[in-house]
Structures are given as structure tokens and as C-alpha cells.
Design a protein around this ligand. Structure first.
Ligand code: 13P
Length: 256
């Protein structure tokens, strides 16, 4: 039984004071939601110390949105894995489509970051997903296969078990267009087969695969009730306390 994992990717929103305001309010209203799902919040780098300080005594985890593939040195503007460990950050989002398309990160760079993260036991939230053009030209499977095979090169079974996969079709991110539950389930099932090919069925069965792309309170229950959808990676709807809480509530109760 895979425990769902719901993560807030705030992207380039919320500095330290907004982070503090959000988390204080969020924690005061969260109740027992973490009995049913793991919750992760990924603020920008500058807000990680504040988030980590507030969350360390709570059952909500912090994620960074990126990390360097390099160790310390002359890499202006970068943050390395040890710096994240020093802040007690357990998760890091890697391979996000915005990193791939806006910042030109290749599968090879993403793989280097994935391996670097695992050197210090950071847990990657490994994002994959196709563009609309790729989907419409029948390349969905090939794209997912390439991203999975290249991004996870050199991973052991243990590394894979410490990784969360996020399937985020690029055409659904920030567009208000969500993949239908059937489309999402189909893609998730394909990803699980790809993981089974690389790591065996037992490992693939245990890995959590989140869906991301315009997840809202209104569609969370239907998406998360699909058999291979084990959580959500949420952008826009995670920026307001009320909407993120409602999404968690709907996603974990699944209409019960
Ligand atoms: P939206 O929920 O705003 O579509 O963003 C999804 C996303 O990119 C999460 O990583």
C-alpha cells in the first residue's frame, strides 16, 4: 500500500516572511491529514531556512526546487547538496519541465543532479512529462522512456525506493487544462512498467508516482483515486492555505 504524497511547488513565489505566514496558518489548520498522506512544501531557496525551522517539529517535510550537480567551488548562483543537508532539507525537486525548457537542463544534467542528491541521501522528486506536440505526434511512450532511462541512470534499487516520481504533462502545467483521470492513469501505468523494467516489479510497486499539472481542490479526488496515482505535485493551488488544505482533504478522502 503506497501512502499518497502531496507536495506544494511554490516555484518563484513566497520569500521568508510569506513562507512564515503561510506555514503558521497551514499548520494550525492541518489537523490529522498527515495520517493519510505525506505532505511536502518546496519554497524558493531563500525561504528554506525559515521553512525548515518552522517544520522541523511537525510532520510536514521541506523540499528544495533544484540543486547543483557540482560540489562547492566557482559556480556563481548555485547551491550544492551539502548546503541543503545543513538546512535539514530531505527532498529536492529535479527535472521539472520549467528547469528543462526555460533553463535548458538536459536528461544528462538532470541525471548528474539525481546522482549528486543521492550521494547525501537527499530524496529526489523526479519530474517527467511530455509536451503537447510530443503527445499529439504519438511520442508519449518514447519520451517517458527516454526521461526515465536517462534520468535514473546509475540508480540502485535503494536509490529508487527513496525517490518519488512526478508525472507532469507539460501541456497541463499552469494552463488550467488537467489531464483526464484516464489519461493520467494511463501514463502512470506506463511509468510503472518502465520502472519495473529497470528495477524489478517489487521496487516499481513501492515507488510513489505523483501527478502534476493544474491539480485543484475540485479535481484532486478523481485524480488521486486512480490506482497508479499516488499523490500530487501542486503549483498554483498550493499558494493559498485554504485551497491547499482543501486539495489535501479532497485528495485523501477521495469522495469517501
Ligand atoms: P500547476 O499546479 O500550477 O499547474 O503547476 C504544476 C507544477 O508544475 C508543479 O510542479
Amino acid at each position: 500500500m503506497r501512502k499518497p504524497i502531496i507536495a506544494a511547488n511554490w516555484k518563484m513565489n513566497k520569500g521568508p516572511s510569506e513562507t512564515e505566514d503561510f506555514l503558521t496558518s497551514f499548520l494550525s489548520k492541518l489537523g490529522k491529514a498527515t495520517d493519510k498522506c505525506d505532505i511536502v512544501v518546496a519554497p524558493p531557496f531563500v525561504s528554506l531556512p525559515k521553512a525548515s525551522q518552522i517544520l522541523h517539529s511537525h510532520d510536514v517535510s521541506v523540499a528544495a526546487q533544484n540543486v547543483s550537480q557540482y560540489d562547492a567551488g566557482a559556480y556563481t548562483g548555485e547551491v550544492n547538496v551539502l548546503m541543503l543537508r545543513e538546512l535539514f532539507v530531505p527532498y529536492v525537486i529535479l527535472g521539472h519541465s520549467e528547469r528543462r525548457s526555460v533553463f535548458g537542463e538536459s536528461d544528462e544534467v538532470i541525471n548528474a543532479k539525481m546522482l549528486k542528491a543521492r550521494e547525501v541521501n537527499l530524496k529526489p522528486i523526479f519530474c517527467i512529462g511530455e509536451t503537447l506536440e510530443e503527445r499529439e505526434s504519438g511520442q508519449l511512450e518514447a519520451v517517458l522512456k527516454r526521461q526515465v532511462n536517462e534520468g535514473l541512470k546509475g540508480f540502485s534499487e535503494k536509490d529508487m525506493l527513496e525517490t518519488v516520481v512526478a508525472y507532469e504533462p507539460v501541456w497541463a502545467i499552469g494552463t488550467g487544462v488537467t489531464a483526464s483521470p484516464e489519461q493520467a492513469q494511463e501514463a502512470h501505468a506506463k511509468v510503472r512498467v518502465l520502472l519495473a523494467e529497470l528495477f524489478g516489479g517489487d521496487v516499481a510497486d513501492k515507488v510513489r508516482i505523483q501527478y502534476g499539472g493544474s491539480v485543484k481542490p475540485a479535481n484532486a479526488a478523481e485524480l488521486l483515486s486512480q490506482p497508479d496515482i499516488d499523490g500530487a505535485l501542486v503549483g498554483g493551488a498550493s499558494l493559498e492555505v485554504a485551497s491547499f488544505l482543501q486539495l489535501i482533504e479532497n485528495g485523501t478522502n477521495k469522495g469517501e
